[in-house]
Design a protein around this ligand. Structure first.
Ligand code: FES
Length: 104
């Protein structure tokens, strides 16, 4: 289990013990964080798992071209934007701060 901090759009924080190997999107859903929708189930076609990760640690999954292309179509995208379904939880991410984008 790895501790992840989700910051909701209203600024509230939720600390989650996430199972290693599952995605940040699934970990949010399993912990009733409804601000992440995950409509496509992680197929990288909806963008409803949009988050911001400002200080990405070395062990984080790199962004693929497909992920970047989908994020390019999202209005609220920033350089720190990621799709939570494309990042696997692992011990190196302990304490990671995941800011959930406003509009999913
Ligand atoms: S859950 Fe649809 S793109 Fe991540």
């Amino acid at each position: 289990m790895t501790r992840i901090v989700y910051v909701l759009p209203d600024g509230a924080e939720r600390l989650v013990e996430a199972s290693d190997g599952e995605s940040l999107m699934r970990a949010a859903l399993q912990n009733d964080i409804s601000e992440i929708v995950g409509e496509c189930g992680g197929e990288m076609s909806c963008g409803t798992c949009h988050v911001y990760i400002d200080d990405a640690p070395d062990g984080i999954d790199p962004q693929s071209r497909d992920e970047r292309e989908l994020l390019d179509m999202v209005d609220s995208a920033r350089p720190s934007s990621r799709l939570a379904c494309q990042i696997a939880v692992r011990p190196e991410l302990a304490g990671l701060c995941v800011r959930i984008a406003d509009a999913q």
